[in-house]
Design a binder for this molecule. Structure first.
Ligand SMILES: C[S@@+](CC[C@H](N)C(=O)[O-])C[C@H]1O[C@@H](n2cnc3c(N)ncnc32)[C@H](O)[C@@H]1O
Length: 373
């Protein structure tokens, strides 16, 4: 071990101690350590059975149980009739849901929503995500096989995204699946909330949202900042579909539309701020850097780019970045979750003079990096 860095030696020693049954035996007896050991065991248990939790969630959402419980308290038999399960199966699901705080038995055989259930029932976006994740879990059924294929074969997720066309604009062009549009529209609200809570836009400025889809993000910014002019850049067929709804809300004077392909065409110049919302992580490093360079060329010195998306290695939200998005994007076949530091390094390489991270209230939904040209 001579010459081995201290951190490596310390980690190896710690792991050996934790794995030792004698340590575990004594840890269970000492009051303070017992608490730590218990919480560690709880975390380990959650890791081991996480898939069952996800499947309970899915059953709760797919069956419509949340909506039924909203009108509780109701007895199990009454609920069974409404979610089309036998009485026993309904009780099994209700009890599992109760254990996850999705349901609560407030009276004997009187079921209502639990605290998590109340939040989830009101949250269409998360429900859409839970439904959508069935595709990811199918791909993850044999995780090692998925990894070994090195993204060379189609997956459920890659088929979904290329069918929905989200990476290439077909969905926004109108050929979308209901699932895709619901997913993007409802989740955009969460992302926009994070951006508006964390980033102060200039009161008067010209904003260009690159890859802005149907203009949902622009809509949120436009409503919050009446002095901002709104520009939309996306593939031609996508921009076409965004024109009318945006114009009817904001009038044509505040708007400009820029159809184009951000890998082939120049990003239009003259904007004070460019936003890239949930775009960069969809693309591998080469194309992502090309896109940043393209945006940099369009910005005068001092003008800014704001990147908002879920990022990797965010303190307190680590699992979302590299465990969830890491595998999701791997299965999708394109892109990866990057840390703010990695994004900042790419921005420097693309020619931006400075960049910083802007903390958001809920980094599990999105983080922000702002760069200056
Ligand atoms: C995942 S969606 C994100 C949409 C929106 N920013 C949001 O957060 O909801 C990706 C967007 O990038 C657009 N897009 C994909 N490839 C593009 C390209 N090469 N040039 C321009 N836009 C593109 C798609 O049409 C789509 O609107």
């Amino acid at each position: 071990m001579a010459g081995t860095p201290l951190k490596v030696r310390w980690t190896a020693r710690r792991n050996a101690v934790f794995a030792n049954p004698k340590f575990q035996y004594w840890a269970a007896k000492l009051p303070l350590i017992r608490r730590i050991a218990r919480s560690r065991a709880g975390t380990m248990f959650d890791l081991v059975v996480g898939f069952s939790y996800s499947q309970i969630l899915r059953a709760v959402v797919d069956s419509g149980l949340l909506d039924v419980l909203k009108h509780g308290p109701l007895g199990a038999s009454e609920i069974a009739g409404r979610i089309d399960l036998s009485d026993d199966a309904t009780l099994c699901l209700l009890r599992a849901a109760r254990a996850l705080d999705l349901a609560e038995e407030v009276l004997e055989d009187g079921w209502m929503l639990g605290q998590q259930g109340a939040v989830l029932q009101a949250d269409e976006g998360t429900q859409a995500m839970i439904r959508h994740h069935r595709l990811l879990y199918r791909d993850l059924e044999a995780p090692l096989e998925l990894l070994r294929k090195d993204r060379s074969e189609a997956t459920e997720l890659s088929r979904f995204w290329s069918y929905a066309g989200a990476l290439h604009g077909a969905a926004e062009a109108g050929r979308e699946t209901t699932e895709y549009s619901r997913l993007m529209a409802t989740s955009q609200q969460f992302v926009a909330d994070q951006v508006l809570a964390a980033f102060r836009f200039p009161a008067r400025a010209r904003l260009l949202d690159v890859g802005g889809g149907h203009g949902a993000f622009l809509g949120h910014v436009g409503r919050a900042y009446p002095g901002i002019e709104l520009g939309l850049f996306d593939l031609p067929e996508v921009v076409e579909n965004a024109r009318e709804p945006l114009a009817s809300e904001f009038g044509t004077e505040r708007l400009s539309f820029h159809p184009g392909n951000f890998f082939r065409d120049s990003i239009p110049a003259g904007f004070d701020l460019v936003s890239l919302v949930r775009i960069l992580h969809d693309h591998d490093d080469g194309p992502a850097l090309d896109l940043l360079r393209n945006i940099r060329r369009a910005l005068d010195p001092g003008k800014r780019l704001m990147i908002a998306e879920p990022m990797a290695r965010v303190p307190g939200a680590e699992a979302m970045g590299e465990a969830f998005f890491g595998l999701y994007l791997w299965a999708m076949g394109s892109g990866r979750a990057r840390s703010a530091e990695e994004i900042r390094a790419m921005l420097a390489e693309a020619g931006f003079s400075a960049s910083k991270t802007v903390p958001t209230p809920q980094p599990v939904i999105a983080s922000i990096v702002v760069a200056t040209a």
